[in-house]
Design a protein around this ligand. Structure first.
Ligand SMILES: NC(=O)c1ccc[n+]([C@@H]2O[C@H](COP(=O)([O-])OP(=O)(O)OC[C@H]3O[C@@H](n4cnc5c(N)ncnc54)[C@H](O)[C@@H]3O)[C@@H](O)[C@H]2O)c1
Length: 249
């Protein structure tokens, strides 16, 4: 039977790209997103490559919706082998003392609680079925401090902590949990930011030793490697993929 990957935030950007890369390996994909058009679009792309896929609409910040997407995935495919715990939002770019409590709560709920809820219910299935592999989505802002992203950075550092501590508890049960920490990568999330703040793109590129943003395909390659069998002895690791950006900080 084919293997199964669940991808949150699978309707766009890094989630979609990983869905396509995993599907090329014959893995069936459960696309989870709040955005129905994006989710269905990814399902169509996966099917073009010959793998099967379903879309489940869910807001990852709602525990009951997370439980629902996990139950649906198991109902459809019997188990979950791989989980790309990826859904997330960026902030408004305001300085912390100018950001309102509503924004702080929203970023924490989606990026941090959403990731915790996902691991809570997916890892339960994996451990019960003898193991599995999880990649959590951190960020450069999860490994260094940066201006205008205090709350986002708090959640992405939190991702690093939950990744390492899950390994301490469940590696013995066959679970591998790693994180990726991309720098600026050309996805709709980032394109929107640079359209709103055009002068920022050149500045961002100049600050990267390789002088360019990353591509979703490059991140998808790393996620696929970490999730699947090539990385069988890599556990609790946080891999930076940022053109050297954080190594110079
Ligand atoms: N693009 C970058 O430069 C970059 C760098 C580092 C980390 N990241 C992280 O990568 C992840 C994906 O970002 P992206 O750049 O692909 O962004 P994106 O906006 O292109 O895709 C994010 C997807 O997540 C979905 N989503 C948002 N809130 C959700 C919720 N509550 N429940 C379910 N789905 C939800 C969106 O609908 C969208 O389809 C995020 O966690 C982001 O923080 C991105």
């Amino acid at each position: 039977m084919s293997e199964v990957a669940v991808i949150t935030g699978g309707g766009s950007g890094l989630g979609r790209s990983a869905a396509q890369k995993l599907a090329e390996k014959g893995i069936n994909i459960v696309v989870v997103d709040v955005n129905e058009d994006g989710g269905h679009g990814t399902v169509d792309l996966v099917k073009e490559s010959g793998s099967d896929a379903i879309f489940i609409k869910a807001d990852v910040s709602k525990a009951e919706e997370v439980k629902h997407y996990v139950d649906k995935a198991v109902e459809k495919y019997g188990t979950i082998d791989y989980f790309f715990n990826n859904a997330g939002i960026s902030g408004s770019g305001k300085y912390f003392l100018e950001s309102d409590i509503e924004e702080i709560n929203k970023i924490v709920e989606i990026n941090m609680l959403g990731a915790l809820y996902g691991m809570r219910f997916v890892a339960e299935v994996m451990v019960k079925n003898g193991g599995g592999s999880i990649v959590n989505m951190s960020s450069s802002a999860g490994v260094i401090g940066q201006s205008t992203v205090v709350t986002y950075s708090a959640t992405k550092h939190g991702i690093v902590g939950m990744t390492k501590s899950m390994v301490a508890e469940y590696a013995k049960d066959g679970l591998r949990v790693n994180a990726v920490a991309p720098g600026g990568t050309e996805t709709p999330m980032v394109e929107k930011y640079f359209t709103d703040n055009p002068q920022m793109k050149e500045m961002a590129e100049q600050g990267i030793p390789q002088k360019r943003l990353g591509t979703p395909e490059e991140v998808a390659e790393l996620v696929t490697f970490l999730l699947t069998s090539g990385a069988e002895y890599i556990n609790g690791e946080v891999i930076r993929i940022d053109g050297g950006f954080t190594s110079t900080k």
